[in-house]
Design a protein around this ligand. Structure first.
Ligand code: ZN
Length: 68
């Protein structure tokens, strides 16, 4: 297997890595509850997909009130 003749400089590695970027995900809106959702996924807020209920979501748990 071919091996590199010289070690790459830090500048060279860093220049290559300038293209490693995070990007903001694109959101669409749920037609049922109008909340922003990832497209082609079941809505995590109301459980609907393409206007049909797919999964039943449990009601949100109430905050713990154990402290007197
Ligand atoms: Zn929804």
């Amino acid at each position: 297997m071919a091996l590199p003749k010289r070690q790459h400089s830090r500048q060279r590695s860093r220049k290559r890595r300038t293209h490693w970027k995070l990007r903001v995900a694109n959101f669409s809106h749920c037609p049922q509850c109008k909340k922003p959702i990832i497209s082609h996924r079941v809505c995590p807020f109301c459980g609907h997909y393409k206007g049909k209920p797919i999964i039943e979501l449990k009601a949100k748990k109430e905050k713990k009130k154990k402290k007197p």
